[in-house]
Design a protein around this ligand. Structure first.
Ligand SMILES: [Zn+2]
Length: 293
């Protein structure tokens, strides 16, 4: 059920964006904190290793967000993540029961359930699927579309990449790496349809090729350099080898990570039937409530 809870968290974020009247990019999470009388504070520069925090004290809540990368996308994600702890069912209770102060170390690298849920909430809030799909449909498949999305939504490139993979109707895989290892990978649903694929978990070595080579030069990562090469499915996923893919690479700057996007203009689109998906979701959700009482 973990995947289902995360999907619900994403949808909750989308719903909040809609409730606050956002019908186009960018969604500014500060508008929401202000409307809900949540105190917003930048994190003191000397506090390291924490991406943000939320403190519940009596009737008031304070969100502390990170400014350390001097990056508006990172700040927005940090605030949106903490808003997740404010809006998502069960989060305030869990945090209050643990003393009222919650430190976040998020960005899709954490495994605890409330951290993952808050990351998905933030992703849905800043990058609602309707707006994301609409923007992607007007852009080139792959890294260009992701960069346009990040710019329009004022989100980080990595958050936009994950969301693009989630919402894309084309086969697309995004891989975040550091050194010679994969940190995390996401694939679009149509990508999963390309064949039986290996699961790229954290710590999987990067295959020999352009990304691995790129990462041997940290200055290229730091300068956010870009590189395009050709690869194939088997190289990355042990899948059918004849499917060739573009391997688009960009350094993520000060974070020290690299983003790789695997896609191809030559592969067919598989439109996602959103209505169907929602119906399925509702079906699986409703009985638990209807009969569980
Ligand atoms: Zn958190």
């Amino acid at each position: 059920m973990a995947g289902f809870r995360l999907k619900m968290a994403t949808q909750h974020g989308e719903k909040i964006a809609e409730e606050f009247g956002f019908t186009q990019f960018p969604i500014d999470p500060r508008v929401i904190t202000e409307a809900r009388d949540i105190i917003l504070q930048a994190k003191p520069a000397d506090v390291q290793g924490v991406s943000g925090a939320i403190i519940f004290a009596g009737d008031s809540a304070t969100i502390i967000y990170s400014t350390e990368y001097n990056n508006v996308g990172f700040e927005n994600f940090s605030i949106a993540h903490e808003l997740g702890h404010w809006f998502l069912p069960g989060h305030p209770e869990e945090i209050v029961n643990a003393g009222g102060t919650h430190l976040s170390r998020g960005n899709f690298t954490q495994k605890t359930s409330i951290e993952l849920e808050a990351d998905h909430f933030a992703s849905g809030l800043l990058l609602p699927s309707t707006l994301t799909r609409e923007l992607l449909s007007r852009s080139q498949i792959g890294l260009d579309g992701i960069l346009k999305l990040a710019e329009a939504a004022r989100s980080s490139v990595s958050a936009a990449a994950i969301r693009a993979a989630e919402c894309s109707s084309y086969p697309m895989a995004i891989i975040v790496s550091r050194g010679d290892e994969i940190v995390y990978a996401f694939t679009s649903e149509p990508f999963k349809g390309l064949g039986r694929l290996a699961f790229l978990r954290k710590g999987t070595p990067l295959p020999i090729g352009a990304t691995r080579q790129f990462n041997t030069e940290p200055t290229r990562v730091l300068r956010a350099e870009r590189l395009v090469d050709q690869t194939d499915l088997a190289t990355w996923f042990d899948g059918p080898g004849k499917i060739s893919l573009d391997e688009e690479i960009i350094g993520l700057g000060k974070y020290g990570y690299t983003l790789t996007v695997l896609s191809s203009e030559a592969l067919p689109e598989h439109p996602l039937d959103e209505e169907d998906e929602e119906a399925k979701l509702e079906e699986s959700w409703t009985p638990r409530f209807a009969y569980g009482r």
